[in-house]
Structures are given as C-alpha cells and as structure tokens.
Design a protein around this ligand. Structure first.
Ligand code: NDP
Length: 294
C-alpha cells in the first residue's frame, strides 16, 4: 500500500511544503514520459519528491546545472543532446559513466554533482529477464549515447561478440574501439549502407538508434527475413513501445523486448540514487502502459 500523506493540517510538526526536487534536462523534452513514471513511483512510495521535465537548449545547459545547484536539486536526468556535454559541468563521474563517456543521471552526493550512467544497466536488467548475455553474439544498430551504454554493459556482462552497425563511420569505429579496449568482448564495425542482413548465428539484435521515436511506422534499413525465431530482438524506443521493428520481430517468431523495460529499470536505479528507496517497477510500467495503451 502507498504510504498515506498526512492531510491533518493541525499537526504542524509534520508539515513540510518543501519537496526534494529532481528532474530532466533535454531537447526535445515533450516526448519523454519519464516524468509520469517517476512521479507515479514517488506517489506510490509516499516520497516527498517532485520530478520536473524541462526543455533545455545546449546554450543553456551550463545555466540549467547552475540553477539546479542554486535550488538544491537532489539530482537530474540528462537526455538528448546533453549526455556528453553535461560532464564538464559536474564535480565527478561514477564508474560506468567514466567507461561509457556519457551521463544520463546526475546525483548529489556530499554537496557534489556526480554523473552516473543508468541507461546500459537498465537495458541489461531487462535483457537478463529474457536471456543471459554471457557468451552471446549481439548485432547492435547505432553508436550514439544509448548504444555506448548498452554495448559497454552487455560486454561487461559477458557477451562474446558485438557487431556495431552504424550509419556514421566515425562514431561506429569509436564505439568498436572502446569495446575492444575496455572489455573482453570482440567488437567489429559494419557501415550501415542499405538493408542489413542479420548473420544467422546472432543471438540478440538491438535497435539503439533513435529510429522509431514518436513514429510507429519508421523502419530500420534491415532485411526482415534475416530475423530468425531463435533471436531476441530489443528496441530502445519507449514511445511508442510497439515499434515497427518489434512488430516485424514478433511476426517472425522472435522473443522481443520493448523500450519500456529499459526505461523502467534505469528509472528504478535513478530513484534509488536520489531517494534511497527501491521503487516498485510494476507501478512505473503500469503508468507507462496506461499512457501508451500497453
Ligand atoms: P544519439 O543522438 O546519441 O544517437 C543516435 C543514434 O541513432 C546514432 O547512432 C545515429 O547514427 C542513429 N540514427 C539516428 N537517425 C538515424 C537514421 N535516420 N538512420 C540511421 N541511423 C540513425 O542518441 P541516443 O543514443 O542518446 O538515443 C537513441 C535513442 O535511444 C533515443 O531515441 C532515445 O529515446 C532512446 N533511449 C531510450 C532509453 C530507454 O530507457 N528506453 C534510454 C536512452 C535512450 P549516426 O551516428 O550515423 O548519426
């Protein structure tokens, strides 16, 4: 049962009109449902916290972080396009953010803002509910912030081989080098040029690009017939969760993982960092499913 908030205003010693503030800096921000999911958890657990979804331009990022400090925010998420740029405004980085080179969750510890990365951990946790990545071969589309986080965490969790398929060569090579240098997985880069055919010995296929965000019809350049029923197919896109890739993979008999699982799991870790409470993921997912119709 959610803890009830006191509504008896005569008990003045319990009155506290100053919630702890958390939130998000991103551009665009309107498509991001995190605020609904996090506030559902705050309400459910009776936490005197708020989460403010704000749109912050790259030019205003420094001022936004300074504002958060001035207002004593407990922490905040960073999303597109601030995950790397925010680092220079912070006081330090946690371990995964250091390896990944990107921050999606900032936590105030002893008055200092420390950057963490919960994207990859959130993805890994939902993947592990379906398949153990140890020794598995992964094909991942994308080489941006989300792909870096997922690639690092899957490799550290024991995936044996990653093929990074990306449109831009520089980012693709950079991620491949990072994985080969920092983890024991073998990573190779393939330039994404036309419809990609998934090799038959692939265990897990991941879309870590932004293709499909706010567009249920958007297609990855992919030979859909190369998706086989023994493959797990995961999409990072949370909005809408039933992307074209997820629907194609289901039609081919694959086990699928939508972007909501990753969103909920990285949210649980963020809330734990900020409040010390382990939030109920079912409550968070239920709120998202209510919004997106399951
Ligand atoms: P980035 O901007 O860092 O990276 C975007 C990636 O998508 C790049 O690899 C880019 O390729 C590729 N891409 C974009 N458009 C195209 C296109 N038309 N054709 C081919 N490739 C394309 O973004 P992030 O990595 O931070 O985020 C990616 C997605 O992940 C977002 O949509 C976000 O919503 C989602 N996400 C979901 C989370 C969740 O919890 N479910 C958490 C974090 C992110 P190139 O290098 O060639 O430009």
């Amino acid at each position: 049962m959610p803890a009830a908030r006191n509504t008896n205003l005569t008990m003045s010693e319990e009155l506290n009109f100053l919630p702890s503030i958390t939130g998000s800096f991103a551009q665009p921000a309107a498509e991001n449902p995190t605020v609904e999911m996090v506030e559902a958890a705050y309400r459910h657990h009776g936490l005197h916290f708020r989460y403010l979804n704000t749109e912050v331009t790259p030019e205003n990022l420094a001022a936004a972080v300074a504002g958060a400090r001035a207002m004593n925010w407990v922490g905040f998420n960073c999303s597109i396009p601030h995950k790397i740029a925010v680092i220079e405004h912070l006081d330090g980085l946690g371990e995964s953010a250091t390896v990944i080179g990107a921050v999606n969750c900032v936590v105030r510890r002893d008055g200092q803002y420390i950057g963490e990365n919960t994207d990859g951990k959130g993805f890994l946790k939902s993947l592990q509910e379906i398949i153990d990545p140890t020794g598995k071969r992964i094909v991942m589309f994308g080489a941006g912030g989300a792909a870096r986080a997922i690639g690092v965490e899957c490799s550290l969790a024991g995936a044996s081989h990653l093929t990074i398929v990306n449109r831009g060569e520089a980012r693709g090579h950079k991620l491949t080098t990072l994985l080969n240098d920092q983890t024991s997985a073998k990573a190779v880069f393939e330039k994404w040029d036309g419809d990609y055919t998934i090799p038959e010995n692939t265990d897990v296929v991941i879309n870590a690009t932004s293709i499909g965000l706010a567009d249920a019809e958007a297609r990855l350049a992919l030979n859909v017939d190369s998706l086989k029923e023994n493959m797990v197919v995961a999409d990072v896109i949370p909005n809408p969760p039933r992307t074209q890739l997820i629907r194609d993979a289901e039609a081919k008999g694959c086990r699928v993982l939508d972007g909501l699982g990753m969103l909920v799991n990285q949210g649980i870790t963020g809330i734990e960092y900020w409040t010390g409470t382990t939030a109920d993921g079912a409550v968070m997912r239920a709120r998202l499913e209510e919004l997106f119709g399951g």
